[in-house]
Design a protein around this ligand. Structure first.
Ligand code: NAD
Length: 322
């Protein structure tokens, strides 16, 4: 199927703006719907001269109106960093319920393919490791993180209901920790926080004793996986992430080394329900899409660090929650 005009909710955010860029580079027209709660104009500005980007400043929980042809709806709007969603708990639940409902209705009315950006957080603090798609997860439904985890689980269920009841051509991906240029220094996620701290000479704040593991995927690899999923007929859910697993302390150490920083590593309180382990089983994505990540952690970190070194990305780092 050819995607000539695609709608991206959350298109001004970190991943969303990389997706806008990808589809514009393939010759498509992109309609970006964003309320700029965590997204930024600067992410989109370099794409405007293409003449193929339309930006609408809207809150998608209030409704979505996109006249004309739409071939795909990629639903990425949602606060994604723990600092963001813990600060916007009701907004997060609204965009993961009403927002998903409106995005699905748009796809239905246009007979468009719908792709939902779910998350490894649907597995909660996992008791199965690595996590395959068949694992139903271990989520605290009433803890502070539940506003994000349960909104995403609800959205997955709603997406499947639209597929079964209305015949919408849907796809669900579960994204594992992704990093790269255009992350906000203050968004609280581990890699931008560590890089910002290392570059400014502040202590690098590692949560707990740093032995909890994460698997970090470079954004270009993720975008390639999303594009492959969209172009396939697969419904998912499919895990997209990099299975190279490191402890959070190892990642902090790597960033300290690559930046040449003299910042000390300090250990701070771990947030409630912070997962102990995170590693995607990507056998299904490899088998069904022929996809696997190709960018090594060192290479991705180097590219991200050089982006963070630009003078216009200066801001105060917030406390870290991985
Ligand atoms: P981000 O915060 O940079 O982007 C989210 C975007 O959604 C922002 O531009 C924000 O302004 C927009 N938005 C939020 N609420 C909205 C609303 N009501 N109406 C319109 N726009 C709204 O986050 P990101 O890291 O780019 O994540 C994008 C998506 O991918 C999210 O749905 C997130 O849950 C998912 N995801 C990301 C990761 C990751 O590691 N980055 C991992 C798993 C899942």
């Amino acid at each position: 199927m050819k995607f000539e005009r695609v709608v991206i909710t959350g298109g001004a955010g970190f991943i969303g703006s990389h997706l806008c860029e990808h589809f514009i580079n393939t010759g498509a027209h992109v309609v970006c719907l964003d309320n700029f709660s965590t997204g930024r104009w600067e992410n989109l500005e370099p794409l405007l001269p293409s003449g193929r980007l339309e930006v609408k400043s809207v809150d998608i929980t209030e409704g979505i109106d996109v006249p004309g042809q739409v071939d795909a709806v990629l639903h990425f709007a949602s606060p994604a960093s723990p600092v963001d969603y813990l600060g916007m708990p009701i907004e997060t639940m609204k965009v993961g319920s009403l927002g998903t409902f409106h995005a699905l209705n748009l796809a239905r009315s246009k007979a468009a393919r719908f792709l939902f950006a779910s998350t490894s957080e649907t597995y909660g603090n996992p008791q199965v490791h690595p996590q395959p798609e068949s694992y139903w997860g271990h989520v605290n439904p009433v803890g502070p993180r539940s506003v994000y985890d349960e909104a995403k689980r609800f959205s997955e269920a709603l997406t499947m209901a639209y597929r079964r009841s209305h015949g919408v051509d849907t796809a669900v991906i579960r994204i594992f920790n992704t990093y790269g240029p255009r992350m906000r220094r203050g968004d609280g996620r581990a890699i931008p926080t560590f890089i910002a701290q290392a570059l400014s000479g502040d202590p690098i704040t590692v949560a707990g004793n740093g032995t909890q593991s994460r698997s970090f995927c470079y954004v270009d690899d993720l975008v390639a996986g999303i594009a492959a999923m969209l172009r396939s007929a697969e419904p998912g859910p499919l895990n997209l992430g990099n299975p190279e697993e490191l402890t959070v302390a190892q990642v902090a150490g790597r960033i300290k080394e690559l930046t040449g920083s003299s910042s000390p590593l300090v250990f701070v309180d771990r947030p409630q329900d912070d997962p102990d382990l995170r590693r995607p089983d990507i056998a299904a994505a490899h088998r069904l899409l022929g996809w696997k990540p190709t960018v090594s952690l060192d290479s991705g970190l180097k590219r991200t660090i050089s982006w963070f070194r630009r003078p216009d990305t200066v801001a105060t780092p917030a406390g870290m929650i991985a």
